[in-house]
Design a protein around this ligand. Structure first.
Ligand SMILES: Nc1ncnc2c1ncn2[C@@H]1O[C@H](COP(=O)(O)OP(=O)(O)OP(=O)(O)O)[C@@H](O)[C@H]1O
Ligand SMILES: [Mg+2]
Length: 307
């Protein structure tokens, strides 16, 4: 893997004494989409803010395309586009000026054709002469994305990019992120929408209480932690787990169903035996269904374990 960002032994303790990041080690590969998941206050924004040079680290090192973010700040920062979690916009400026001006801040020569493309891609072209205060929240967020793309960065950070964005626009944004990746941009996003990570990411990192507790290829993660559940719904709801089934890891639900959890990687799931035993016990089934655990279950489990 050729890393475009290298984070080593990164630590952050805020002036309040709160330790927001603990010994973070992470390499971001060239051209990947990396999703950072974690509950509120886990340290996601702190991590992004350090890489973008907005927050000073208390220890450790970050390199962006080879540039040290502290000693070579300008060179490192010029590689990066950031869409911050908090919307900060100049209410009285127009969309066009906001986005063009942002490009200028990076010392890049004006390029109206690029700005036009960015605004069109984000469905903002017809709003280009509107003042920001006249836009909706979702539109303002898209303006933030346009700003972040104005200077043609090679790395894009999206901190909760689709918070407050409606479903159809969210899908549009995913499309845009994919096309950016196809154009060679590396993308790091944080999200509270697990489906977004599931849909978008090549790799997923889970951060909890300031520690990176897991980094994994999405596909591997889904497979490795993939559990399935079989719900057995008897004709007559059960009030207890039958004695003959006591040795099985079954859970009785409020509705009187039995739930059997098994690992999809196991060679023998035990399901035929289970069904045979039920039948021997004279328990007739009305229905049965299986469900696959999602990234959401995996995430909730992990965070619970680490709490
Ligand atoms: N400027 C600051 N001064 C002191 N503590 C801070 C500061 N910024 C963040 N923190 C604390 O650091 C921890 C991590 O905050 P951070 O914003 O990085 O979390 P997050 O994972 O982005 O959360 P969210 O999902 O809510 O955006 C929190 O406990 C927060 O209160
Ligand atoms: Mg945050």
């Amino acid at each position: 893997m050729s890393a475009i960002i290298t984070i080593s032994n990164l630590e952050k303790t805020y002036a309040t004494g709160h330790q927001a990041l603990k010994d973070i080690n992470l390499d971001i590969a060239h051209g990947e989409i990396f999703a950072l998941l974690g509950p509120n206050g886990a340290g996601k924004t702190t991590l992004i803010s350090i890489v973008c040079g907005l927050v000073t680290p208390s220890g450790g090192m970050v390199r962006v395309n080879g540039y040290d973010i502290v000693t070579q700040y300008r060179a490192a920062r010029s590689q990066i586009g950031l869409v911050p979690q908090e919307l900060t916009t100049d209410a009285f400026e127009t969309v066009w000026n906001t986005v063009s001006f942002s490009r200028g801040l990076y010392g890049k020569p004006a390029n109206p054709a690029h700005i036009e493309k960015v605004l069109r891609d984000l469905s903002l072209w017809d709003k280009k002469d509107n003042r920001l205060r006249t836009l909706s929240g979702g539109m303002k967020r898209r303006v933030m994305i346009a700003k972040a793309l104005s200077h043609e960065p090679t790395i894009l950070f999206l901190d909760e990019p689709t918070a407050g964005v409606d479903v159809s626009l969210r899908k549009g944004m995913w499309e845009m992120v994919r096309s950016l990746r196809a154009a060679g941009v590396t993308i790091i996003l944080t999200t509270h929408y697990i489906e977004e990570a599931e849909e978008m990411a090549d790799r997923i990192g889970i951060i909890h209480h300031g520690s990176l507790v897991l980094v994994e290829e999405k596909a591997t993660l889904m497979r490795k932690l993939g559990k399935k559940q079989l719900t057995l719904r008897p004709q007559t709801p059960l009030t207890r787990v039958p004695t003959a089934l006591a040795s099985w890891p079954l859970v009785l639900t409020d509705k009187g169903d039995l739930v059997y959890s098994y690992d999809t990687r196991q060679e023998h799931t035990g399901i035929p035996d289970l069904l045979a035993t039920l039948s021997n016990e004279g328990i007739a089934l009305k229905d049965l269904e299986t469900s696959q655990s999602s990234l959401e279950d995996i995430f909730v489990d992990l965070v619970r374990e680490q709490a």
